[in-house]
Design a protein around this ligand. Sequence first.
Ligand SMILES: Nc1ncnc2c1ncn2[C@@H]1O[C@H](COP(=O)(O)OP(=O)(O)OP(=O)(O)O)[C@@H](O)[C@H]1O
Length: 258
Amino acid sequence: MSTIQKIRVQDVHKSFGKKRVLNGVTFDVPAGESLVIIGGSGTGKSVTLKCILGLMKPEQGTIEIDGEAMTGAPKAQRAALRRKIGMLFQGGALFDSLTVWENVAFALTEGRGKARAEAKPVALEKLAMVGLDEQVAALYPSELSGGMQKRVALARAIAASPDILFFDEPTTGLDPIMADVINDLIAASVKRLGATAVSITHDMASARKIATNIAMLHEGRIVWHGPVGDIDHSGNEYVDQFVHGRAEGPIKMQVRAL
Ligand SMILES: Nc1ncnc2c1ncn2[C@@H]1O[C@H](COP(=O)(O)OP(=O)(O)OP(=O)(O)O)[C@@H](O)[C@H]1O
């Protein structure tokens, strides 16, 4: 096959001690696709993202970004590949000691050596894209609501206009209406940048809104991968149980009394 995938994950294995989390994860993300990885708690969605970002090293398997190896690459190469990716972390992960605009500019001043004066207008432009004005830009994250903090985190993820975006549980902790606003902003930002996106979520409403494709992770493998439009008639019992949130089915949740 000659096409270079934007992201290529092949046969990735990752364990912690005796606990095997990823057991041969394989998927491709072609340019322009928005892939959402779904799966139960603790199935290894975050571990998968960390492996792609080169922050965790799989014991086996390969990961490529734009045809370049992330796995096994020297630290400087991994950092260079990571700079292609804008990331919205679970919980926002904003710096409390920096103002809103400084948080957004951080990816430009620290990661790419841009001067503050040059970075500020870019930060303000990205904040405007997510509906935040200059008054909000001067505030500190602690002065903002959860929904506004997510907007700031989104503005920071797109600050450097990356061609790859990662979203880790972007709607966690938000009410359904604010979650929908954030989903719309994510979908619009991905489209505007022409980016390739990978997101992980439990939230099916979010998955339906931001995905072009969905992959389901279960027991360390991708058990289904297809277009978002097929999610309600996937013919896959794991996907069916997850999408409908049924306690009964092939996915057994570990329920332990405390
Ligand atoms: N650094 C680590 N050291 C040891 N175990 C880890 C580490 N990181 C993750 N794990 C384990 O790997 C498993 C998968 O974790 P991961 O965070 O990827 O799950 P997840 O699918 O993202 O779950 P959730 O949806 O609840 O966030 C968990 O059992 C977790 O305890």
